[in-house]
Design a protein around this ligand. Structure first.
Ligand code: DQA
Length: 165
């Protein structure tokens, strides 16, 4: 099982950037916590951050056939990027959108997410804990999907064949 964590613009500055909004914790510390959860659950995890929309689109596309789930904070692109939304929609992998701040309590232009409708769920306003909760949720979702796929495979194997051939 592999989860890819994709972080949008300016999240590389966490810790320095508006600490009253985003808190004092660095991105690296958030990723270390996520890695611990992944290790405890024998899940592979990869992290990617970019300030460029096209690089985020490329990284989402690279998940096709390589990853099982995506945890994404598209940051400012949440509110503007049809391209990121379309990429998430195209790869058809379960995705969870995370925002450190409560985007609904902030300026009106942050209230709308173009990406949330193509995600399994959205976690907002819980700070770094949001990423931890996204990990727990994603592991649960992937476990359930795996169980469904195994049951379908088993049902197919056990399907009686007709004897007409
Ligand atoms: C953010 C919220 C966005 O509105 C903002 O542009 C960000 C960070 C968050 O995690 O709270 O860069 O995605």
């Amino acid at each position: 099982m592999k989860i890819v964590v994709i972080q949008g613009p300016n999240l590389n500055l966490l810790g320095l950037r508006e600490p009253s909004v985003y808190g004092p914790i660095k991105l690296e510390d958030i990723h270390n916590q996520m890695k611990n959860v992944a290790d405890q659950n024998q899940v592979e995890i990869e992290f990617f951050q970019s300030n460029f929309e096209g690089e985020l689109v490329d990284r989402i596309q690279e998940c096709l056939g390589d990853a099982d789930g995506i945890i994404i904070n598209p940051a400012a692109y949440t509110h503007t990027s049809i391209a990121i939304r379309d990429a998430l929609s195209a790869v058809k992998l379960p995705a969870i959108e995370v925002h450190l701040s409560n985007i609904h309590q902030r300026e009106e232009f942050r209230h709308k997410s173009l990406t949330a409708p193509v995600c399994a769920g959205q976690i907002v306003g819980l700070g770094p804990m949001g990423y931890h909760l996204a990990m727990i949720a994603m592991i649960q979702i992937l476990g359930e999907l795996q169980a469904i796929q195994e049951a379908q495979r088993k049902a197919k194997d056990e399907k009686p064949t007709n004897n007409l051939e």
